[in-house]
Each structure stands twice: as structure tokens, then as C-alpha cells.
Design a protein around this ligand. Sequence first.
Ligand code: BDR
Ligand code: CA
Length: 312
Amino acid sequence: MPPRKIIIDTDPGQDDAVAILLALASPELEVLAITAVAGNVPLDLTQKNARIICELADRTDIPVHAGCDRPLARKLVTAEHVHGKTGLDGPTLPDPVMPLSGGHAVDAIIDILRREPTGSVTLCPLGPLTNIATAFQRAPDIIERVQQIVLMGGAYFEVGNITPAAEFNIYVDPEAAAVVFASGIDLVIHSLDVTHKALTSRARVEAFRDLGSPVGKAVAEWTDFFERYDKEKYGSEGAPLHDPCVIAYLLKPVLFTGRRINVEVEVDSPLTRGMTVADWWGVTDRPANALFIGDIDDAAFFDLLTERLARL
Ligand code: BDR
Ligand code: CA
């Protein structure tokens, strides 16, 4: 089977970095482009971090485009308190030498979707949905050309991580999320309900380090860095590897379970802005628009991740 074509839209972020490495290590996937968006840290850092990650994986052939530097209608909120000042705090990695690809990320998304056969490109958003929503607003013809959107964002039973009600990626740009959730595209949503079950442990981090490669070392050191925040906040043994769930789902969907339900985004309420209102119990007649993932085989997920990272 030919590899599945994907675009990774991202705001790296240590967990974004692990997701990107997992994709680059996996022959089942062809990464057509990495498109950076403002999120965990401002755009000048997320686009730089995306190039650092490609260089770490020795994949300077991947086009990296810089995209939107702020949400559609709001001031940017960032998460240095989780990811550190650079967004990739932890290991010391060299500044990238590979250049940014010319052209705005939004134009790259539009061009790729128009160029590739209809239904052959999957979008993998790992950050706020600003680039994706802007592309849909600017070029509505591309919407029907998208094969699927598999994203990290939202929360329902697990409630919020940036406010009591909202998960970070959706909170940062709820208007963009609303556009994407209403697009009619087949959505697979990896919310905190599942990512908070993809927890690192000492043994899992040491397995990364034991790979003995620059990639294994970097992943272990990234994880060491961002673990401190979640361990303190949740009292958990480790930290959730949110964004790699998206890529692992593409590789092995059997590791995940969920329900096809309606999911809508709250955009107006100051108290619950960015909340993903998931009709898990089917109490409305709103049509299902997403597969909302709720569970993961976490042991198999970490085995897959470690086995793939070993290839880089
Ligand atoms: C999401 O927010 C970011 O901090 C992570 O990279 C992940 O995409 C988790 O809420
Ligand atoms: Ca992210």
C-alpha cells in the first residue's frame, strides 16, 4: 500500500516534537509538509522548532512553512509555563540550518490539497486550528478534498487544562476550532480524555534514553523537562504525550477506542470559552461530526513509539 499522505500542522512543543518524529520514522506515512502555527510559543519559535526537529531526524527534505502568528479573533495565549521559554526546553539542540520553505503555511495547505487527488490527504493538527480554519475560509473548495482530520484538542470528562472548562489548543482559537468542527469533514478527536491516559513513566522514559541515539536522548530529555509540570499539577507518575496519539492512531487505530458523536465548541461564554461540548451520551439530536476518542492501550502505544523512534 502506498503511504498515507499527511500534513502536520503544529506548534512545537515537546509532545508535538515526539509526534513529528513518530511520523517521520514511519514508512506508512508520507509527510507532505509541516505547517507551523502560533500556540505553545509564538510563531517565530514554533517554525524554528519544527526545523530543529526535522534536522534531528535528518529529514531536511520536509517542507516547513510558517503560518498564522495569532488566532482569528483573539490575542494569542501561550504555554511557556508547560513547555519552557523556547517551547522545546530540555535538551540543547543546535539552531537549524535548513531554511523555512517559501510561502505562507495557509497557502501551502491550499496548494497541496488542490494538487493532490481528492480524498488523499489527511490533516493532523497538533496545535490551535488557526492555519486550518484560515485555509478553509480562504479556499472553501479544499474542504471536500480533505480525506480526514485527526487532531489533538478538547476535553470532556477530563475537563480543561488551561481553564477549568477548556483544553489549550481549542481555547487559544475557539473561532478556528468552530470552523473546523462545522466543516463536515470526517473528524477524529484526541482530547485530554485519551491523552491523559498516554502517560510516561520512569521505565518508559528510560526506554527512550536507552535507544542510545541523539533522537532517543532528546526525547528522554524533553519528557524529563515537561513531566515536572504535570506531575506537580496532577500528582501523576508521568506526563501525557498528547500529540503523538494523533500519529499513533494513523499507524494503529486498534490501539484506540471512541464514539461517533456530536462535538461543538463554545466560543462566546467568558467562563467556558473553548470548551468542547461532547454529546457522549447522545442526549441531543445534533448529528455526529466526530469520532471522539476516549481510551488507549497505553502499553502498546509506548511500545510502538519506542520501536519507531529506534529507527531514526
Ligand atoms: C495540547 O496543548 C499543548 O500544550 C500540547 O502540545 C498539546 O497539543 C495539550 O493541551
Ligand atoms: Ca501541540
